[in-house]
Design a protein around this ligand. Structure first.
Ligand SMILES: C[S@@+](CC[C@H](N)C(=O)[O-])C[C@H]1O[C@@H](n2cnc3c(N)ncnc32)[C@H](O)[C@@H]1O
Length: 270
C-alpha cells in the first residue's frame, strides 16, 4: 500500500478516477474513506518530512541523531530481542555472518566493535578474536554485554562518549566492526570517530562499518551522513576503500545491507 502512495505521481488523474471507482465498487464507502484519509495523511507526513530535512540542513541542527538522543534512546531500549528486531530473516543474518563478517574480519586478531547493543554480532566477533573491546554510548548496553559475554583481561566493554575511543590505546586494533550504529550518527561525530580510527588502527588494519548513504532522506531515523561524505572523510584520513556495497549475492539470493539504502564500507589503514 505504501508503494501506491509513494508512486502516486505515476498515475494520471483520469486513471486515478477510474481506479478509484473500481476500488469503491469492490471495497465499499467506509473502507474507501479510510484509504483516502491514509493517502492524505501520508502526503502531509511526506511534506513535513521534507521540511524537517531542509531545516536540519539549513540550521545545522542534529535532528534525531545527536549523541544525547542516541544515548537516551538506547539506554531505555528494551533489549529483550538482543538486536534481532532488526534481523529481517535468519537467512539474512547467516549471510551477513558468512559474506560480510567472516569474509572481512580476520581470525585471531585484536578486534574493536563500536555499538554492540544487545550483542547481535558480538558473540561471533569474540569467537574469532584474540583480544576484544567494545565501546557503546549506552550504559545499559555495556552492562548487558558484560553480563552476557563476561569481562576479563582479553575482553572488555567500555562506555564511550559517542565520538571518541578514549579507552582504546594507540595502534592497538587490527580489525574494527560496527553494524547498525553509524546509520544513527551525524557526520561531525563520524569525522571525530574517523580521527580516532587513525589513532587506534595498526597499519593494514581493516574496518567494516555499516552506515546510511542518503543523508536521512529515505527515513529510518538515519543521520545526515551520505555515502560520498563517508568515502571522502575516510580517504582524507589516509584510509583505502576495499569495498563499498548496498547489497550482496549469496547462493542466488540478493541481500540488502539495510532498509534505507544503507551501505557496508570495508576500508583499510594504508
Ligand atoms: C540499532 S542499535 C545496533 C546494535 C548492534 N550493533 C546490532 O546490530 O544489533 C545501535 C547501537 O549503537 C549504539 N550507539 C548509538 N550511537 C552511538 C555512538 N555515537 N557511539 C557508540 N555507540 C553508539 C547504541 O547504544 C546501540 O547499542
Amino acid at each position: 500500500m505504501k508503494d501506491i502512495v509513494e508512486n502516486r505521481s505515476r498515475l494520471h488523474l483520469g486513471h486515478k478516477l477510474r481506479i478509484g471507482i473500481i476500488v469503491l465498487r469492490e471495497n465499499g464507502f467506509v473502507w474507501c474513506c479510510c484509504l483516502a484519509a491514509y493517502i492524505i495523511a501520508s502526503a502531509v507526513a511526506d511534506r513535513f518530512f521534507g521540511i524537517m530535512d531542509r531545516l536540519r540542513r539549513q540550521w545545522g541542527i542534529p535532528g534525531m541523531n545527536s549523541k544525547a538522543l542516541n544515548k537516551a534512546i538506547w539506554e531505555s531500549w528494551d533489549w529483550g530481542a538482543g538486536g534481532d528486531e532488526w534481523t529481517p530473516s535468519e537467512e539474512w543474518k547467516q549471510s551477513v555472518m558468512k559474506c560480510v563478517l567472516e569474509k572481512h574480519m580476520p581470525v585471531g586478531k585484536r578486534v574493536l566493535e563500536i555499538g554492540p547493543g544487545g550483542g547481535r554480532w558480538t558473540g561471533a566477533l569474540i569467537e574469532r578474536s584474540a583480544d576484544f573491546t567494545a565501546v557503546d554510548i549506552s550504559a545499559s548496553c555495556v552492562e548487558l554485554c558484560r553480563n552476557k559475554f563476561g569481562e576479563n583481561e582479553k575482553r572488555r566493554f567500555i562506555l564511550g562518549s559517542g565520538s571518541d575511543l578514549k579507552g582504546v590505546a594507540d595502534g592497538s586494533i587490527d580489525a574494527l566492526w560496527s553494524f547498525d550504529v553509524f546509520v544513527h550518527i551525524n557526520q561531525n561525530e563520524v569525522e571525530a570517530y574517523a580521527d580516532e580510527f587513525r589513532r587506534i588502527m595498526t597499519p593494514g588494519a581493516v574496518g567494516v562499518i555499516h552506515h546510511g548513504s542518503a543523508g536521512g532522506t529515505h527515513g529510518g531515523w538515519r543521520s545526515n551522513l551520505t555515502h560520498e561524505a563517508m568515502l571522502k572523510l575516510l580517504r582524507d584520513r589516509g584510509f583505502e576503500i576495499d569495498d563499498s556495497f548496498l547489497e550482496w549475492q549469496d547462493a542466488g539470493t540478493t541481500h540488502q545491507a539495510g532498509l534505507y539504502k544503507d551501505v557496508i564500507n570495508v576500508f583499510r589503514r594504508a
